[in-house]
Design a protein around this ligand. Structure first.
Ligand SMILES: NC(=O)c1ccc[n+]([C@@H]2O[C@H](COP(=O)([O-])OP(=O)(O)OC[C@H]3O[C@@H](n4cnc5c(N)ncnc54)[C@H](O)[C@@H]3O)[C@@H](O)[C@H]2O)c1
Ligand SMILES: [Zn+2]
Ligand SMILES: [Zn+2]
Length: 361
């Protein structure tokens, strides 16, 4: 029997979100219905509401979530009812040209549920990032559910589903930070602070947080930055060089999504250093660099989608590190709110007052 639940919907471009009755179908082959326990509020949800992702309104928002599998469809063997899971937007297909070459973390044909959730009048909904978890229950592809330790706090581990994983992975997997490396993270929001935590986990020596907002620099220090740079206090490139013996950092991570910051991160690298781009640019952003600077400095320029993570490999390990007290996921949860508070939470996010507001169901 299809179920009727409450969900947060963006009906049209720029309009405030509304709470609607959402019809969740029974899971079909390869699908699962998940009872959502917690879901973080991410910039991407706001981008959907503003029409900046695509025009497939109405959207069912929410995608950084943890919950309990309620029912699975025919043929599902990876998860079972009762499993505590973190939802992901990289359910790998195993068959595309990237998966076949042993690089599932770049899968070019990831799975989502095939059936549609809908409004009460039958209008099909587009779930944000194929998840749609600002709802009591959601329908996903079973591969989007990664089973993790059931004793973990849903508000904290659900954040691994998007921004926190993107930041951790930008340092651990894309940047390949290693013991003793110097790392500079530009932008210390949720993603940047996670990159700082990832650099610390990887054994980095000096970890420098750069931001325009002193509140974010205080959080960067909480997550393990050894030094912080207020970007408005002069040239951040010079500041990073001064903190690294005049050379620059081995790994610079751009976690803002800004052309000028990208340029700074490029020049704040040491010779043969790595630039990781995890901030998402808009289509009109441009950078203009002398080719000789690119060639002459050597190193690597690496965009990072979802931190190059593989949820089945990484989520359980990161949840274990969290439970052992070695990864502070609780620190990303600035506040817990209800489904009715998502619009207000967008405001706090835009004003820089929170790392993450988390909806608890
Ligand atoms: N690549 C991925 O898979 C992925 C996944 C999730 C999010 N993201 C992107 O990561 C970026 C950061 O996300 P977030 O949730 O941390 O956002 P956020 O708004 O919480 O953080 C951005 C931070 O950048 C700071 N900032 C702004 N301008 C700056 C400047 N000129 N110099 C230094 N700092 C500056 C802000 O003060 C803020 O602290 C966004 O672009 C987001 O879309 C990427
Ligand atoms: Zn694939
Ligand atoms: Zn997100």
């Amino acid at each position: 029997m299809p179920q009727h639940v409450r969900g947060v919907v963006a009906r049209s471009k720029g309009a405030p979100v509304t709470i609607e009755t959402v019809t969740v179908p029974d899971p079909g082959p390869g699908e699962a219905v998940v009872a959502v326990r917690a879901c973080g509020v991410c910039h991407t949800d706001l981008h959907y509401r503003e029409g900046a992702v695509n025009d497939d309104f109405p959207f069912l928002l929410g995608h950084e979530a943890a919950g309990v599998v309620e029912e699975v469809g025919p043929g599902v063997t990876g998860v079972a009812p009762g499993d505590f899971v973190v939802l992901n937007w990289r359910a790998v297909c195993g068959q595309c040209r990237s998966c076949r070459r042993g690089r599932p973390q770049y899968c070019f044909a990831t799975h989502n549920a095939t059936q549609k959730m809908a409004l009460a009048d039958g209008t099909p909904l587009t779930p944000a990032l194929g998840i749609g978890a600002f709802a009591d229950k959601t329908l996903v592809a079973a591969g989007q559910c990664t089973k993790v330790d059931a004793s973990a706090r849903p508000e904290a581990v659900g954040l691994l589903g998007c921004g926190v994983m993107a930041g951790l992975g930008a340092a651990l997997f894309t940047g390949e930070v290693g013991p003793g490396d110097t790392v500079a993270v530009f932008g210390c929001g949720g993603v940047g602070c996670a990159a700082i935590a990832g650099a610390r986990l990887a054994g980095a020596g000096r970890v420098i947080g750069v931001d325009l907002d002193p509140r974010k620099l205080a959080l960067a220090a909480d997550f393990g930055a050894t030094d912080t740079v207020l970007a408005s206090d002069g040239d951040p490139v010079e500041a990073v060089r001064a903190l690294t013996g005049g050379f620059g950092a081995d790994v610079c991570i751009e976690a803002v999504g800004d052309a000028e910051v990208m340029r700074q991160a490029f020049y704040a690298r040491d010779l043969a250093g790595t630039l990781v781009q995890v901030g998402v640019p808009t289509p009109e952003m441009r950078i203009d660099l002398p080719m000789i600077d690119f060639f002459g400095r050597g190193g690597r320029l690496r965009p990072s989608w979802y931190g190059d993570c593989l949820p089945s490999r990484d989520f359980p390990v990161l949840v274990d590190l969290y439970r052992q007290g070695r990864l502070d996921l609780d620190g990303f949860v600035s506040e817990t709110v209800s489904l009715d508070d998502v619009e207000e939470a967008f405001g706090r996010m835009v004003r820089g007052e929170v790392l993450r507001s988390v909806v608890v169901l």
